[in-house]
Write a protein that binds this ligand. Structure first.
Ligand SMILES: *[C@@H]1O[C@H](CO)[C@@H](O)[C@H](O)[C@H]1NC(C)=O
Ligand SMILES: *[C@@H]1O[C@H](CO)[C@@H](O)[C@H](O)[C@H]1NC(C)=O
Ligand SMILES: *[C@@H]1O[C@H](CO)[C@@H](O)[C@H](O)[C@H]1NC(C)=O
Ligand SMILES: *[C@@H]1O[C@H](CO)[C@@H](O)[C@H](O)[C@H]1NC(C)=O
Ligand SMILES: *[C@@H]1O[C@H](CO)[C@@H](O)[C@H](O)[C@H]1NC(C)=O
Ligand SMILES: *[C@@H]1O[C@H](CO)[C@@H](O)[C@H](O)[C@H]1NC(C)=O
Length: 275
């Protein structure tokens, strides 16, 4: 069923004729396999003029869009999944790169920047870094079957912008890695905030790898740089072992003390040891 749906999606992208809501029962064999990691996470990549991979990413993602339907005051959330076969375009310049995924009525753009010189922040000392300086999610609301109860027509863009060192930060000789689910809030530009039926959206990302610069000849991800959430999670898991050891040691000591007092009580005068 999902395969059939993705056929519709890709059909829409390539021909622009078949809408997602249409239910004509055409079954077109899917010839090109979608690249995924071993655990089934989609891989998206860009190639340069020489046919070499210059931007590589892998992630499971969906966008939770919050909006106010027609004639109600109650807000509603629609979940838009990013398909594995979304088309990937973008750019790979030396200090700026971007990946735009397009499918059916949507596009999702990740922009990255690399600092030319050494950069010192609280967390990262004197290393060349790259980071995302913006994510844009664009919805074409015209004839969009995911939003039947929406009056807003045309395309709307929700975005996350940052001025300084943004999010998805990594030293430039490593690949950003984040297994744990991360949520990023995407907002409407201030100008449309009051009038639009859209409120905001949350981009959900997990099992993430990003190599927006310095992709090696092999086309593989460089050594991974764990995101702060993964680092904290690993530390928490490591702390469980000493905790278990410490608490079982504690229980052992209590048993010894208990046994000591019991034996003392039993050895009190009045109790005669039976030979
Ligand atoms: C909302 O109300 C308008 C006017 O009252 C009506 O024309 C329209 O069909 C309604 N929309 C929905 C989704 O019920
Ligand atoms: C960055 O800092 C490191 C360590 O201080 C230094 O070895 C390196 O040459 C610097 N690189 C640049 C591009 O300034
Ligand atoms: C994101 O969308 C906004 C509004 O359309 C636009 O001004 C901005 O340049 C876009 N940002 C990127 C990185 O494409
Ligand atoms: C949005 O979708 C409508 C209906 O399919 C289409 O006519 C229009 O060209 C699309 N707009 C953009 C900007 O892609
Ligand atoms: C929207 O869909 C309706 C019914 O499917 C169709 O008649 C109309 O031409 C479509 N509009 C656009 C702009 O694609
Ligand atoms: C990345 O570069 C830094 C600074 O030059 C160096 O200390 C570190 O070992 C490098 N890491 C990898 C994985 O090559």
């Amino acid at each position: 069923m999902s395969k059939l749906l993705s056929v519709y999606c890709s059909l829409f992208v390539t021909t622009g004729l078949v809408s997602i809501g249409q239910t004509a029962n055409i079954n077109i064999p899917v010839s090109t396999a979608v690249p995924t990691t071993d655990s089934g996470t989609p891989i998206y990549s860009l190639k340069n003029k020489d046919g070499k991979i210059c931007f590589k990413a892998a992630f499971d993602s969906e966008v939770h869009v919050r909006f106010k339907p027609d004639n109600t005051t109650k807000e509603k959330t629609v979940v838009v999944k990013v398909p594995a076969d979304a088309s990937a375009t973008g750019k790979c310049d030396e200090y700026n790169s971007a990946l735009t995924l397009k499918w059916s009525k949507y596009s999702l753009k990740f922009s990255f920047q690399k600092k030319a010189a050494n950069l010192t922040t609280k967390k990262h000392k004197a290393t060349q870094l790259y980071y995302s300086n913006g994510v844009n999610f664009t919805i074409n609301t015209t004839n969009n079957s995911d939003f039947p109860d929406l009056r807003d027509e045309g395309t709307k863009t929700l975005e996350k912008k940052t001025k300084q060192v943004g999010f998805i930060v990594s030293p430039s000789n490593q690949s950003y890695s984040c297994v744990i689910l991360q949520k990023y809030t995407l907002k409407l530009p201030y100008l449309y905030k009051k009038t639009s039926q859209f409120k905001n959206a949350k981009l959900h990302l997990k099992n993430v790898r990003f190599q927006p610069f310095n992709v090696p000849e092999s086309g593989k991800f460089l050594k991974s740089h764990d995101c702060p959430a993964d680092v904290a999670n690993k530390q928490a898991k490591q702390n469980i072992v000493p905790l278990v050891v410490a608490s079982s040691l504690g229980i052992f000591i209590i048993i010894i003390i208990f046994a000591y007092f019991i034996s003392k009580t039993l050895n009190k005068p009045g109790y005669k040891a039976v030979d």
